[in-house]
Design a protein around this ligand. Structure first.
Ligand SMILES: [Zn+2]
Length: 64
């Protein structure tokens, strides 16, 4: 997993979600920032993106 600097602080909060998204579970995750929004998660085999439609928090990472 290769992450941009801005995302490092968020990694702990997102780690469990990232693991599930990579495993194919992309729905039903709640935002660790606002705890209200349901996250929109995508994983195309290389790049993972997670965004919250409620607070706008965005996470992006790439598998090395
Ligand atoms: Zn949120």
């Amino acid at each position: 997993m290769d992450l941009e600097d801005d995302d490092l602080d968020a990694l702990d909060a997102y780690r469990a979600i990232i693991d599930e998204v990579i495993a194919g579970r992309v729905e039903g995750h709640h935002c660790p920032a606002c705890r209200e929004g349901e996250l929109e998660c995508r994983f195309d085999g290389t790049r993972i993106t997670i965004s919250c439609p409620n607070c706008g928090k965005f996470f992006e990472g790439e598998l090395a």
